[in-house]
Design a binder for this molecule. Structure first.
Ligand SMILES: O=C(O)CCC(=O)C(=O)O
Length: 256
């Protein structure tokens, strides 16, 4: 996990994410060269470096092989902490559900066709302050399909779509909202897996009120359920500094 004492991972935005991005972000170029990185004399571990270049965005990630675990999930959900909210809404936070999350960040950053669609906000046409894409479980690494299977078994929902959000730095965010289709249903389950930099995730009662805060680190799972999309809103607020983060959002089919 980022920031763990046994690894020296850093994720840095090299180009200003404020650079104007075209709506189609294009296919990333990947560079797995390892210029000038020697074996660490203390640990005997050879560091590696990967970088993913998107048009207008360059995310570089540096880790050591100590942290380079094949991504794996905890099928037992042993760290799950349930929080019951008002109005029959609930949230479950599972810290460290996925190990090797930083490695998965690299892979997902490289395979998603990232877009920055235009949306209307306060009567203005603006680009979404984050990148968005769809991850097909069939095209992704096997652990993504495994995540869907584990979530289905645990929460008794078939998760059929996987959205991906890329927050390039602290200026990227998502405003207060309840998920569009889910908020018209009595109940819905939405699962979010965090990869890369840590971000604050806030929930507040629909219409306003005191917020509840979760600090989501790389590999954490957060699941919203019950009436949460109808009676509560959630957001990722802007912050002064943040490392790049990807969230994978697993949603079930709402209407058949
Ligand atoms: O990135 C996150 O954790 C939240 C994503 C979200 O709210 C959404 O995709 O609707």
């Amino acid at each position: 996990m980022l920031g763990s004492s046994s690894t020296t991972n850093t994720v840095t935005t090299l180009l200003d994410s404020g650079a104007s991005l075209p709506t189609g972000i294009g296919v990333p170029r990947r560079d797995h060269s390892n210029p000038g990185l020697g074996t660490d004399a203390r640990t005997g571990v050879k560091p590696y470096r990967c970088s993913t270049t998107l048009v207008g965005v360059h995310l570089a990630f540096q880790g050591t092989l100590l942290g380079a675990k094949a991504p794996a999930i905890d099928w037992s959900f042993a760290n799950a902490r349930r929080h019951d909210l008002a109005d029959a809404a609930w949230v479950e936070h599972v810290p460290g559900w996925l190990t090797g999350a930083d490695e998965l960040f690299e892979v997902v950053a490289g395979i998603v066709d990232w877009q920055s669609p235009m949306v209307t906000m306060w009567d203005k046409r603006v680009q979404t302050p984050r990148l968005h894409g769809i991850l097909s479980a069939a095209d992704g690494p096997p652990v993504v399909e495994e995540m869907g299977a584990a979530l289905t078994a645990q929460y008794d929902q078939a998760f059929l779509s996987i959205g991906a959000n890329l927050y390039r730095d602290g200026r990227d965010s998502v405003a207060w909202h309840g998920d569009r289709i889910a908020r018209t249903l009595p109940e819905a389950v939405i699962a979010i897996v965090s990869l890369g930099g840590s971000r604050r995730f806030l929930l507040r009662p629909e219409g306003g009120g005191r917020s509840v805060r979760f600090d989501l680190a790389s590999g954490d799972l957060l699941v919203m359920g019950g009436s949460c999309q109808r009676t509560w809103q959630h957001c990722i607020p802007k912050v002064a500094r943040a490392e790049p983060r990807i969230s994978l959002t697993f949603r079930h089919r709402y209407l058949d």
